[in-house]
Design a protein around this ligand. Structure first.
Ligand code: GTP
Ligand code: SPV
Ligand code: MN
Length: 590
């Protein structure tokens, strides 16, 4: 065993002993040359940036048009989340569920500690204290990420409340999530993202990318937090949070769960179309929401994050003006291309790329110039539509929850659940075509319940039971809807214009919430009458409108038969109420 514990003189006075002890243990395992406790200060940020520029890991961008912004190119084998290497390590395999890869905790620790052994020799170990959520919110939760990547530190400073105030809160809370990360050698054969919900611990080795490495995000705020949320009576969800104000001055808060790269950032930053003057949309969050039943029987939400790690391709002045304007300064770009002016470039922008995401001279034959999962990291406060409610310690009351997926066929533009229980079935049935956000084939339809398939830290059967139980506690629950912005015609053209025009659909939802508009009762739920969606001016053909708002009964019967089959894998943990809902829908379909 190692030397007995003694507090190092370099440990900040705010550091609780539990954190310092753990840092000692990790030092003994990983053998770094130096230890740096992050304060989150400007000076620290500048020094780390200078260091990464000197080593060539960061590249400067055009100082005039993109001040304070840098390009980072990750290893070409390390550009997305790796679901096949992501494990939930609970004592009982059944608790992780068929929806997760599982390894026994002892075996997992042994396997990954062998990789961590001595891995920081010659390197600096950074201690990154962070708070997920407003520093003064009772709903916020803290963690400490230990990493040997300065790029991770820079990103964590944008994405979370990072530094001394978080360390001080850990002292008050007396509890924190332990996240250990090393980029290792970036060998995909020596890469694991492991979660130990019962120990509030994460160990991630061999990747420097996004959700694999910024441990506050998917690892803590979804996989570990979903587990905690279940035992504590709340929900941790892959949802955006948005404030929508009507011309009459009525504000509603909406949460929406779409799978990765399926439109959360875009909906959260929506700019109302010209046809809807007086409407205002403000962003609270673009990726993760923590939801709590409030004392008044409503559901309240906070965004645990402080920044956006957003998909770059497709972002432009027309599709997402707010994002486009947010990333013109103090932004880290990962795996984008460059134009001749050393400005970031990606597919969907005007102009031409000169250097591709791997740093090679751009050649069309090499594929897209920017990696399809290239991203920008930027502070939420840089968003012109940033909502001050993002800092409210009690969160915001949710009027509507939206589920959605990317589906060429079947799922209509919008439909509404009959009640919470039916809404849980709607969420459990979400399916979506895979995207570049995770390694693997793109465009394959797969079930992604509540957009949480890659992120739920426990058994989906238990998760749906928990959703149903939360509904029981809400005397004034949000209404639940399902949308699909991605219907296509035979030629592969989107039937719906999407982006700002999605507000037309949201207006219908808020009219439903306020009891101002009726609906057609269909087998799958309530749907808008064509005239209630106000589609004029969009140039959508009668055939396309029909397809967008139609329920194809035979196709839905086969969809639900598939869903029933998939439900079988959840065995006795599947709540019977979901099967009842499914069978009820089948009956209505005839
Ligand atoms: P993660 O950050 O991976 O969780 O993704 P996200 O859900 O925030 O996805 P994002 O908003 O970044 O959208 C991903 C892609 O979908 C981008 O290329 C967008 O341009 C595109 N997209 C977003 N909204 C729409 C829409 O309404 N219609 C269409 N056709 N495409 C959209
Ligand atoms: C996602 O894949 O859903 C993301 C990006 O939001 S990552 O942080 O890499 O998970
Ligand atoms: Mn996401």
């Amino acid at each position: 065993m190692g030397k007995p514990y003694a507090r190092a003189s370099s440990t900040p006075s705010a550091a609780p002993e539990a954190v310092d002890r753990w840092v000692h243990e990790v030092c003994a395992l990983t053998e770094p040359d130096r230890v740096h406790w992050c304060t989150g200060s400007e000076a620290e940020n500048a020094a780390l940036t200078a260091q990464l520029l000197a080593s060539g890991e960061l590249e400067p961008l055009n100082e005039e048009t993109y001040p304070g912004s840098y390009l980072y190119r990750s290893n070409p084998s390390d550009v997305a989340r790796v679901e096949h290497l992501t494990f939930v390590c609970t004592r009982s395999q059944a608790d992780a569920g068929p929806n997760n890869h599982w390894m026994a905790p002892d075996a997992a620790h042994a396997k990954i500690d062998a990789l961590f052994a001595g891995c920081m020799r010659g390197r600096t170990l950074y201690v990154v204290p962070y708070c997920m959520g407003p520093l003064d919110s009772p709903y916020s939760r803290c963690g400490v990420e230990i990493t040997d990547s300065a790029y991770v530190v820079l990103n964590m400073r944008i994405m979370t409340r990072m530094g001394t105030p978080a360390l001080e809160r850990i002292g008050r809370d007396g509890i924190f999530v332990r996240g250990l990360h090393s980029t290792g050698t970036l060998d995909p054969e020596r890469r694991f993202i492991m979660h130990f919900p019962e120990e509030l611990a994460i160990k991630s080795f061999g990747s420097g990318y996004g959700g694999n490495a910024l441990l506050g995000k998917k690892c803590h705020a979804l996989r570990i937090a979903s587990w905690q949320a279940r035992t504590e009576g709340w929900l941790a969800e892959h949802m955006l949070l948005v404030a929508i104000e009507s011309p009459a001055g009525e504000t509603h808060y909406v949460a929406a769960a779409f799978p990765s790269a399926c439109g959360k950032t875009n909906l959260a930053m929506l700019i109302p179309p010209d046809s809807m003057p007086g409407w205002k949309v403000r962003t609270i969050g673009d990726d993760i929401a923590w939801l709590h039943p409030g004392p008044d029987g409503r559901l309240y939400a906070i965004n645990p994050e402080a920044g956006y790690f957003g998909v770059a391709p497709g972002t432009n002045r027309k599709s997402n003006r707010n994002a486009y304007d947010s990333v013109t300064r103090d932004t880290i770009f990962t795996n984008v291309a460059l134009n001749a002016a050393r400005e970031p470039w990606w597919e969907g922008l005007e102009g031409t790329p000169v250097t591709d995401w791997q740093g090679r001279p751009y050649q069309a034959g090499n594929g897209p110039a920017a990696h399809p999962n290239s991203r920008f990291t930027v502070a939420a406060r840089r968003n012109p539509a940033w909502a001050p409610e993002s800092e409210h310690p009690a969160g915001v009351p949710i009027s509507a929850i939206i589920f959605g997926g990317r589906r060429r066929t079947l799922a209509p533009l919008v439909y509404e659940a009959r009640d919470w229980r039916h809404g849980v079935l709607m969420g459990a049935g979400v399916a979506s075509e895979t995207t570049a956000a995770a390694t693997g084939q793109v465009g394959v339809l797969r079930r992604d319940p509540m957009a949480m398939k890659p992120f739920c830290g426990y058994h989906f059967g238990d998760y749906w039971r928990h959703w149903l139980a939360i509904g029981e506690r809400l005397s004034n629950p949000p209404r639940i809807f399902h949308v699909n912005w991605f219907r296509q015609d035979e030629a592969g053209k989107f039937l719906w214009p999407g982006f700002g025009e999605n507000l037309r659909v949201l207006r219908w939802m808020l009219d439903r919430v306020a009891g101002r508009v009726g609906a057609r009762d269909t087998a799958i739920g309530h749907m808008p009458a064509r005239e209630d969606l106000a589609l004029e001016g969009l140039g959508i053909s009668a055939a396309a409108t029909h397809a967008l708002l139609d329920v194809d009964a035979p196709a839905w019967r086969s969809e639900l038969a598939h869903l029933a089959k998939e439900f079988e894998q959840y065995g006795a943990r599947l709540p019977p109420a979901l099967l009842d809902e499914l069978n009820g829908t089948l009956r209505r379909l005839g």
